[in-house]
Design a protein around this ligand. Structure first.
Ligand code: 5GP
Length: 203
């Protein structure tokens, strides 16, 4: 059995990434998703254990000390991190797994796992990004301002990614993301076991 692949998805908050991911999982239910551990407050529409596990700073710092994180970062004053064990287990098991992280987290994972594939989700314009964040109504003006500043810093690093998807038309963006995953599965290194087994039979 070939190993699964790791897909890194990033995009500034307000890029419409969450809706895009929900649609992707409907289209590709076989994909696994890495649940991040984070220390920010839970939002009204969020369920613990769905996208995030909400933990305390002390718990998070213990995970850092015990080397249980594949990557982590501080974003607008809170810790966000990817637990290592579930990601490695999925890959070992032959499952493809999506990790949604910010640009710093993506850089850390790319360095540890250069065979991963990374995709950056871009909003169609800065104005759209701003209005999406304001409409969400989950954060104070100060937090929105900080998130917008982070967004510009993240967009400046979009060129570090293998692919960029512009999220102006949701269905088009989902199809593009799904195509990236489909084509990635055709890469020669994913089919090395089959290639070898065919060659073995001829020897
Ligand atoms: P939010 O608070 O809007 O849910 O997420 C804020 C930012 O943190 C987003 O850019 C999101 O992609 C990123 N993020 C979510 N989970 C992780 C994680 O496990 N690690 C890192 N480095 N960033 C994450």
């Amino acid at each position: 059995m070939s190993r699964g692949r790791l897909f890194i998805i990033s995009g500034p908050s307000g890029s419409g990434k969450d809706t895009l991911m929900t649609e992707l999982f409907k289209m590709r239910p076989e994909l696994k998703f890495s649940i991040s551990s984070i220390t920010r407050d839970i939002r009204e529409n969020e369920k613990p254990g769905e996208k995030y596990n909400f933990i305390t700073r002390e718990q998070f710092e213990r995970m850092i000390d015990n080397d249980q994180l594949l990557e982590y970062n501080v974003f607008v004053g809170n810790y966000y991190g990817t637990p290592k064990a579930p990601v490695l287990a999925a890959i070992e098991n032959g499952d493809d797994i999506i990790v949604e992280v910010d640009v710093n987290g993506a850089a850390q994972i790319r360095e540890k796992m250069p065979e991963s594939t990374s995709v950056f989700i871009l909003p169609p314009s800065f104005e759209v990004l701003k209005s999406r964040l304001q409409k969400r109504g989950t954060e104070s003006d100060d937090k929105i301002k900080a998130r917008l500043e982070c967004a510009l810093g993240e967009i400046a690093r979009a060129g570090e990614y293998d692919y960029v998807i512009v999220n102006d038309d949701l269905q088009k963006a989902v199809n593009e993301l799904s195509d990236i995953i489909r084509l990635d599965r055709l890469k020669s290194d994913r089919n090395q076991i089959l290639i070898n087994s065919i060659l073995e039979k001829e020897r």
